[in-house]
Design a protein around this ligand. Structure first.
Ligand code: PLP
Length: 445
């Protein structure tokens, strides 16, 4: 299998696509063709790792990692991803809980897979790779957790000091020696500008061998199709019905992964994207032009994306709005509706939901009653409510218990370093932590 950019047709291998992240022409890598599966291909798959082995094999065909697929998959899916029925009065609905990983959000899946791949691609190299990541909250923690302690890999996470929640800051700053956590005296845009400047600086990028782990890397996308595949197969085997999925959506990575799973032949029915007030996707499917907007801050902050980058992939694979409107739906959910859902989910289901997941329950409750009754719906829970306790707890009037994985992290010491938003300050911090001519001190995983 080869991959090409959404903008030109130049083919690369999976290895190159993983290492580069973004194509040289600024486009995003997509597979040349998606493999087509029959349901019987999964007859012998009962666990998610077995399903992953079958689904991912074609993508690894020309990769140097082909022989490592089983190990990569085992590392990626090392935590449970249960699909839990909701005590719904009208029709059948369940919650696909993607939040049992190390940082309690679904980004642990993509970050874990990418780390498992990149660390193997760098095997045998004398010098470590340094992953540079700017984060406004969730992504950086998942990336740090995924690369923590990996031999030959280093991470520098830049986040805006004082502008992430206390628990998020801790998840960005509680890792081992190979993770440098930098609290930048500035906004998220300053962090992002610094990362771009560092990549563009030939001396720095050569000395540290920078690589990126941002959400447009194909290695973040591919493994996300697996949980849709597994959940749909289990549901179809048990009921003979194709479930519909409702997916909290920001940059559209998680939604696109579900579309890809359906394209590959998995038994998936309707796909509904639940957006927040950043409603460009919903407006585009309703006929507006695709004009990127400034992002609007909402309660579902990990979905505050004004220009969802994965739309470029979706259009390259399926065509523009006319084609997409026939295969996808999108709804925009306001902050007031998110708050109402958090209260309703507590009252009706005894369930604490994070603000992102609340967009999905809103989209489900807003479906016409006949459609809620006739289709079995799987609502995607993207993060644990305990990560957003400052929003959720006042609305439901009780404390959200912290899951054990998250509790373990919160008990670790915090080692963030504060820096000014300058390239010189970043260069110094990198040099003093990662003495570039010294052998890496990473621990084996
Ligand atoms: C990143 C994120 C989303 C949005 O996912 P995309 O793949 O960017 O659409 C939703 N919920 C949570 C909790 C997230 O961290």
């Amino acid at each position: 299998m080869k991959f090409h950019s959404t903008r030109d047709g130049l083919a690369v291998t999976l290895d190159e696509a993983l290492l580069k992240g973004l194509a040289a022409d600024g486009g995003l890598f997509i597979p040349d063709v998606l493999p087509a599966f029959a349901l019987e291909d999964f007859d012998r798959c009962t666990t998610i790792t077995e399903t992953a082995g079958v689904l991912l094999r074609p993508f690894f065909e020309e990769s140097s990692l082909a022989g490592d697929l089983a190990g990569i998959v085992a590392e990626t899916f090392s935590f449970p991803i249960p699909c839990v029925p909701l005590p719904a009065g009208n029709g059948h609905a369940s919650l696909l809980e993607l939040f049992h990983g190390p940082t309690a959000a679904f980004k642990d899946v993509g970050a874990g897979f990418l780390a498992a791949c990149l660390s193997r691609l760098n095997r045998g190299q004398p010098d470590p790779l340094t992953i540079l990541v700017a984060t406004s909250g969730d992504t950086g923690g998942a990336v740090a957790a995924a690369f923590d302690g990996r031999t030959g890999m280093r991470v520098a996470v830049l986040f805006p000091d004082g502008r992430v929640t206390a628990r998020q800051a801790h998840q960005l700053s509680c890792w081992g020696d190979n993770v440098l956590s930098l609290a930048v005296d500035g906004a998220f845009d300053d962090c992002q500008a610094l990362v771009k400047a560092a990549f563009a600086d030939p001396a720095l990028s050569e000395a540290h061998r920078f690589s990126s782990a941002n959400s447009i890397n194909i290695g973040r996308l591919l493994p996300q199709s697996i949980y849709y595949g597994q959940a749909s197969l289990e549901h179809f085997r048990a009921t003979g019905k194709k479930p519909g999925f409702i997916i909290p959506t920001g940059n559209l990575g998680n939604g696109l992964a579900c579309v890809m799973a359906r394209d590959m032949g998995l038994p998936i029915g309707e796909i509904v994207l639940a957006c927040n007030t950043n409603r460009l996707i919903a407006d585009y499917l309703a006929g507006d032009s695709w004009t990127p907007r400034a992002s609007i801050p909402t309660l579902a902050s990990a979905m505050d994306v004004g220009n969802p980058s994965n739309m470029e992939r979706l259009i390259a694979m399926h065509g523009d709005a006319d084609a997409l409107a026939g295969m996808l739906r999108a709804v925009a959910v306001s902050d007031a509706e998110i708050e109402e859902q958090i209260r309703l989910n507590d009252r009706e289901f005894g369930l604490a939901t994070c603000p992102h997941t609340a967009t999905a329950t809103h989209a489900w409750r807003a479906l016409p009653a006949a459609e809620r009754a006739s289709t079995d719906w799987i609502l995607v829970a993207t993060a644990h409510a305990a990560k957003f306790e400052a929003i959720v707890e006042p609305l439901i009037g009780r404390t959200v218990p912290v899951p054990p994985e998250l509790q373990k992290l919160l008990e670790r010491p915090n080692h963030a370093e504060r820096i000014q938003p300058t390239l010189a300050a970043l260069g110094n911090a990198l040099a003093s932590r990662f003495r570039v001519d010294a052998t890496p001190a990473g621990r084996d995983k």
